[in-house]
Structures are given as C-alpha cells and as structure tokens.
Design a protein around this ligand. Sequence first.
Ligand code: B12
Length: 315
Amino acid sequence: MNDSLAKNPSLHPIRVVAMRTGIPQDLIRAWERRYQAVVPERSETGRRVYTDQDVERLKLLKRVVGAGRRISDVADLDIGTLKTLIAQDMSEQDAAKPTVVAMGAAEDRPAQLLAQSLLAIENLDRQQLEKALADAAVELSAPHMRQQLIVPLLYTIGERWRDGSLRIVQEHMASAIVRSTLSTMMGRSDQRAPKILITTPAGQHHELGALMAAAAAVEAGWNVEYLGPDLPAEEIAAGVRHVGAQAVALSVVYRDKDLTLQAEIQKLRSYLDPDIPIFIGGRAVMSLSEALAVDGAVFPRDMSEFQDHLASLGR
Ligand code: B12
C-alpha cells in the first residue's frame, strides 16, 4: 500500500475506525456528510483517513447520542464540551429520569420514523418521505434501518394496498423512493473482494429485497454486481461468467402459481459451475424452498445468516 495510511500509524482507515468506535462505516460517513461531525483527510489514493482525535471524538459522540441526544444537536461540539456533557449525564443518572426517558425516546425512533414515513406516503409527500428516510440513515445503523424501518414500512404498504386504504400511486411513490434510498445505502464495493451477482429471477418484479441483500453483501465485504430485477437464467449465467462471480443471490418475493420460477432456478443451476452457490431469499421462499431446492441452493433464514455464509465463503 503506497500511501500515507501505511506510513503513519496514527492515521486510520474507516474500517479500523468503525471497529474501534463500534459505529458502522455508513453511519460514520453519514455523520460526516450531513453534520461534519468529523472531517477526515484523504489519503493519496482518495480514501478517508482518520486521526486518533477523530476516533476519540466519534466515541464521545456515540455516547452522547446513545444517551438520547440528537446527532444534529451535538455534532459540532468540541471534545471538551462532549466530555462535560457525558459527565453531567452520568452524574444525573441516578437522581433524574431524563436520561432513561431520552434513551427510551431513542429506542422508539424507528417507530416514529415509520409513522412519519406512512403519513408522507398517505399525503403523497415525496419530500417528507425522503426526509424521514434521510433522518433514519443518519440516526440508525444500516441493518437497523432496513429491518426496523424499511421492511415494516413495505409490509404495511402491502397490507394497506390489499385492504384498499392505499392506492397504487402511493405504493409506487414509496417504492421508487425506497429503491433509491437502498441503492445509496449499498455504497461502493471493494473491487478486490470476491464477487457476488445479485438479481431476481425472470418474472419476479419485486427488487427491494434484492437491493437489501446487495447492501448486506457489501457490508459483509463482497464485491457486488447488482443487476436489477427480472433476469432470465441464461442472462444470469452469462453475467456470472462475464464478471467472474463466485456466488449468486436471488430474491423471490412473489409467490407465483405457475412453475416458471422452479424452471428458471433449475436452468440456472445447469448453466453454472457446480461449486457456485445460489443463495435464495425473500418472503415467498419459505413455501417454495422444497420446489426450489437444487444442488448448491442455500436458503438463509435472514440477512445475518446470509452474511455469515458470505463471511465463511470469502475466507
Ligand atoms: C412494492 C411492492 C410491489 C412493487 C415492487 C416495486 C419494486 N421496485 O420492487 C410492484 C408494483 C412492482 C409490485 C408488483 C406486484 N405485486 Co407487490 N408488493 C410490493 C410490497 C408492498 C413490497 C415488496 C417488498 O419489497 N417487500 C419487502 C421484501 C424485501 O420483504 P421480504 O420478501 O419479506 O424480504 C425480507 C427477507 O425475506 C429478506 N430477503 C429478501 N430477499 C432476499 C434475498 C436474499 C438472497 C436473502 C438472503 C434475503 C432476502 O430480506 C427482507 C428483509 O428481511 C409487497 C408487500 C410485502 N409484504 O412485501 C407487495 C406484494 C409482495 N405484492 C403482491 C402482489 C400480488 C403483486 C402483483 C401480483 C400485483 C399485480 N396485480 O400486478 C405484482 C407482481 C409482480 C411480479 N410478477 O413480481 C403481494 C404478493 C402475494 C403473493 N402471491 O406472493 C404482496 C405481498 C402484497 C399483498 N399484501 O398482497 N409489488
């Protein structure tokens, strides 16, 4: 590595900062982008480099935010003031309930953001929905944002669409904004990492699960080739060969009654090298996993199990 990172032991890449502070990389970047909570230097190759002071600052910010304060209120405080705040919060912890109440409020945040998002969708208010999701990206870690906000939001939209209390136009607006939020959350892959190709099989038009899987795979350290939805087996196999992917992940959200899906998965298996695993997830998989079971098909129960598989494969 021919840049300042390798030469200076008191400068750290974002991966190390995330490990030392316990703050996910995307949240560190969001705090920087939106609030300039830390402003890292760039290495000669353009990567963010953080000083020991940045690391300390982030640890302190994490503590004050954990005690219920909003990052927007504290991001520009200096290290001394942050330490004073923490000391005050700690000394008042026994006597006063506010810290506990504030932490409770922080824990309810996904529920508040969900309510705001639904209201914005009801009102067809694009800006409000974008704002709720942007706030969530700053305040929640990426996995929490997906599991505690985006997934419940999509399920609620589905229920309300079915019972007629939301219109298709409202669902479409929400899907479009969630789609672009998830694409942003996916971030950039490490080009040297092992490759995984992610898509949905032919006939499956729901792509948000595939995008969530893509973001999870990037977080697990894989180089993701994301191809959007509705791809025939021949094209998936051509894509795998072209980019040299070592694994494929498919999202299956719609439980269609015809047998297209089963046939597509079987074709894909026959086109791919036998040691390339095919991960299949999505709400329709539970009831279809027997029908879709081909050699090398893996049905992770959730995203973290998917990430565990990727971690052991990538070693
Ligand atoms: C948005 C939406 C649409 C949008 C999709 C837009 C887009 N760009 O993706 C559009 C308008 C295209 C659409 C179309 C249709 N939809 Co629709 N749609 C939805 C809605 C509201 C959200 C879908 C979604 O993204 N869900 C979130 C997903 C990601 O959740 P999930 O599958 O549980 O996934 C979780 C895990 O399983 C995992 N996961 C997902 N994928 C993967 C992959 C891997 C590898 C791993 C490890 C994990 C994993 O991660 C998620 C998080 O935990 C759902 C409601 C719902 N409950 O999902 C209805 C829903 C799925 N749709 C439904 C229907 C009926 C349709 C249509 C038939 C409507 C129509 N008459 O045309 C078509 C079918 C299109 C097709 N052939 O695929 C039904 C499906 C019923 C069924 N039989 O399966 C639902 C459930 C609505 C309902 N309540 O009835 N839809």
